[in-house]
Design a protein. Structure first.
Lengths: 154, 154
DNA sequence: TTACAATAGTTAGAGCTCTAATGTTCGTCA
DNA sequence: TGACGAACATTAGAGCTCTAACTATTGTAA
């Protein structure tokens, strides 16, 4: 008995597409020795120097422990540096090193190539439609499943 | 310097949507003590009893070692059983146990609820459009990055 | 001052995912 | 019979991801 045929599930198609994109980016970033997650972190980091790990996690839509893992690897490879905040003792400011900027730039060229090639497959109208439809998916799914079931104080 | 603004990247939107869907399914499957990957494996397994792990990996679009990991956990939980093929000594036939069928049925109800709710957010026309656009993403990305760069014999 | 909430950071543990490499079996072909 | 390629299964190792804890700091309110 089949409850719902797979081809009818939007999820199947969404997953396949995301998987294919992720694989393509992974291959594109390989020469720069970057993973997709590392690239995403570096990219946001370059746009918000000194951002905290928690804020970076939010920007990348992952949990703090996940970002912690990614940052640990980036730091071990010398791509970022983390320095204590001047007076906010609980915050570690994260910044790209020179090497980090270089590697990001290298990876970015390849990653953007993939994005451009993909975008070129669609007309501007189609891109708009796709983005809008995906946005509605995300909005619905997030509203149906709140990040934090806010509990009242009393 | 920003090479390509994030909102212009189809990848950003695709990733967000897939992430939201995955999170929703994960939450839906939690009561059945199933992960999204385990659910996908069980679902394909129920439709192709006795399938080999390699074939199952292809169906779920993951690599054999990945499927191996998933199957190991499913087996430890008693949801599947793997028996040597009658005369193909190198193949392990994988099948759902009774418990596996029960748990799958339980999880399936919840997972399909998510799919139906998501589908209900769109008109039939919109669903068709979204699926078609996603299909073109997948097709392009896979063609641009062949699974196996076929090498000629001579 | 003390208590509490919010935020930041971290560790532990489970699970998924990949690439690379190994070993086995099957079928084909010389 | 023997060699070889294709397919299956597995292990090793690196990395990502989550939930569930725990600690520390900051700021606010009793």
């Amino acid at each position: 008995m089949t409850s719902m045929p797979l081809p009818e599930r939007l999820g199947s198609h969404l997953k396949r597409a995301e998987q294919a994109l992720s694989a393509a980016k992974q291959a594109a970033l390989k020469p720069a020795h970057l993973t997709v997650s590392q690239y995403a972190a570096l990219l946001h980091l370059s746009q918000s120097p000194g951002i905290s790990a928690a804020a970076l996690a939010r920007a990348c839509a992952v949990t703090p422990p996940t970002m912690n893992t990614v940052l640990k690897n980036l730091q071990e490879n010398g791509l970022i540096e983390r320095t204590p905040h001047e007076w906010h003792k609980n915050i570690l400011e994260t910044r790209l090193t020179e090497k980090g900027e270089r590697v990001l730039a290298e990876g970015d060229v390849r990653a953007v190539e993939v994005e451009r090639a993909l975008a070129a497959e669609f007309s501007p109208q189609e891109r708009e439609t796709l983005i809008a439809l995906l946005g509605r998916c995300t909005a619905f799914l997030q509203s149906a499943r709140p990040t934090e079931p806010r509990r009242r104080p009393g």
